[in-house]
Ligand binder design. Structure first.
Ligand code: SAM
Length: 295
């Protein structure tokens, strides 16, 4: 959409600031000013934002994780009859750990137009300031809260070879860092970003073990994004004892020898052959040399 172009009817996913109102794009403002209907998570919060940019939609529809499914038919009808329907979330980019994905899919299934007015997202802001590889990265969003799902996801994160981005709330940050350290190893590097674009923005870099101590020493406040460095950048001296211990932890969790070997090789960034040899020779006397080496 060029500056002079009219805003086409359809469902518009509009990004809004993650803290700093200066990050509101002029295109986002144009779309919201043109929108007949705005879907938002919280009408009071979004009402303030809309008032600040003099956007006066005829109607606000609450679309949150509970109501998104029920809103599909209403939004589809509105779009079919030629309305500009904008979807915003409380902050950042809709459909990124926020409502939107189901609505988008439903519009596509009905061959209705979907447009975007891109802009701020905590995901991109955090990954670009982390200093870790940005050529390939994975977004994990929020980890499942508990149980087997959480354990499996932590194991997946530990096996992941690319930079990994996670969202977390302040009251869960310490536990998540502790569990990440357990799964990925104390020495994996992490960039903790907090309150991005806001007055008390904080960027902190160190190992997972240091990150645990860091959040324990301060009162965790505000919103966090954790960016985990790639395994490949770890240059640890790993002893055979470290490997045998990690293998034993995996076996205790019920993993097969093969899966344990794969996971330990990835997490400790050592060759699979070395781990396999240790896994299959742990019964042999003298097999567990504590010699440190860097393979
Ligand atoms: N859709 C949003 C986006 O594009 O970033 C994310 C919404 S999600 C419900 C909220 C989470 O995003 C927070 O718990 C935090 O992990 C992250 N987040 C949002 N704003 C942030 C900020 N200013 N600084 C750090 N993290 C932020």
């Amino acid at each position: 959409m060029a500056e002079t172009e009219v805003v086409s009817p359809g469902l518009w996913l509009v990004a809004t600031p993650i803290g700093n109102m200066g990050d509101m794009t002029s295109r986002a403002q144009e779309v919201l000013q043109a929108a007949n209907v705005v879907c938002c998570e919280d009408t009071r919060r979004s009402g303030r934002l809309l008032a600040a940019i003099s956007a006066t939609p005829e109607r606000l529809i609450v679309v949150n994780e509970h109501t998104e499914h029920d809103a599909i038919d209403t939004v589809a009808d509105l779009v079919t009859s030629g309305n500009v329907v904008a979807l915003i979330s409380d902050a950042g980019t809709p459909a990124i750990s926020d409502p939107g994905e189901r609505l988008v899919r439903a519009m596509i299934e009905r061959s209705l137009p979907v447009w975007s007015a891109p802009g701020p997202s905590a995901l991109i802001a955090a990954v670009i300031v982390s200093g870790f590889p940005t050529d390939r990265f994975v977004f994990e969003g929020f980890l499942p809260r508990m149980g087997a799902e959480r354990r499996e996801r932590l194991a997946e994160v530990a096996r992941e070879r690319r930079t990994c981005v996670l969202y977390e709330a302040p009251h869960r940050i310490e536990r998540t860092l502790l569990e990440l350290a357990g799964a990925c190893g104390d020495e994996r590097r992490v960039c903790l970003t907090r309150e991005l674009t806001k007055m008390h923005e904080e960027l902190w870099r160190g190992t997972l073990a240091e990150a645990v101590a860091h959040v324990q020493s301060t009162e965790p406040r505000g919103e966090y994004v954790l960016v985990l460095d790639t395994v490949a950048s770890m240059t640890l001296d790993v002893s055979d004892d470290d490997i045998v211990r990690a293998l034993s932890d995996r076996r205790d969790l019920g993993l097969s020898t093969r899966d344990s070997v794969d996971e330990v090789a990835t997490v400790l960034n050592v060759s699979r052959k070395r781990v396999y040899d240790l896994a299959t020779s742990t019964d042999k006397p003298g097999a567990n040399s504590t010699k440190k080496r860097k393979t």
